[in-house]
Design a protein around this ligand. Sequence first.
Ligand SMILES: C[S@@+](CC[C@H](N)C(=O)[O-])C[C@H]1O[C@@H](n2cnc3c(N)ncnc32)[C@H](O)[C@@H]1O
Length: 220
Amino acid sequence: MDIRAVEQAYRRYARFYDVCFGAVFQPGRKAIVERMDCSTGERILEVGVGTGLSLPLYPQDVSVVGIDISREMLQQARTRLVRDGLEPMARLMVMDAENMAFEDDSFDKVVAMYVASVVPNPARLVDEMRRVCKPGGQIYMVNHFHSRNPILGGVESLLAPLSKQLGFRPDFSLDRFLGQTGLDAMNICPVNLFDFSTMVEARNNKQGAESIAAPAFAPS
Ligand SMILES: C[S@@+](CC[C@H](N)C(=O)[O-])C[C@H]1O[C@@H](n2cnc3c(N)ncnc32)[C@H](O)[C@@H]1O
């Protein structure tokens, strides 16, 4: 995956994204927003907000910033904001989630829905999500990961060379993702029909994979 391929893919998807990926993945979006249990006044960042299918799910008394690299996807999200009267609680910005313009510790909670398998560098994405999230804040992901079902997993492996055209990696491994990012996962549970996707809730440990993987100091 590279960022230009992502932009091209989602330029193509933008107009019919909701029809193809709206209802089918909405249970995962609902589950994660419920899990976030947002409190009044919290600042929430949603990276890769796409057409904004999740925006009506947040309580009205939080402040949501949604970023996306695709102008065309964000245009659909803007239309939704106006149509659903959500402008007071949400702001949308074109921005690369791997290189965000926000200050450190800007948000209480940071969430990525169906984005981790799309970005060119998932470890970089998580590092940035950690950086902009307050210490002690939470990071949430929902994504489809490489299936452990041998038939489905086999099909996904066969499709992997088409990642650029598809706009996501069909063979994205949860174990590798957790290992590479060092996410301090508190909860991992299946969501969506047939448990097709996985929700990950993590503490913002702010340290990254290297420090977590480092052996503990043992005094001699
Ligand atoms: C599969 S869509 C998910 C959209 C939305 N979160 C949802 O639940 O439907 C992936 C989204 O991530 C965006 N994206 C991919 N790479 C990105 C990056 N580096 N920075 C910001 N957005 C990115 C794409 O443009 C696309 O809108």
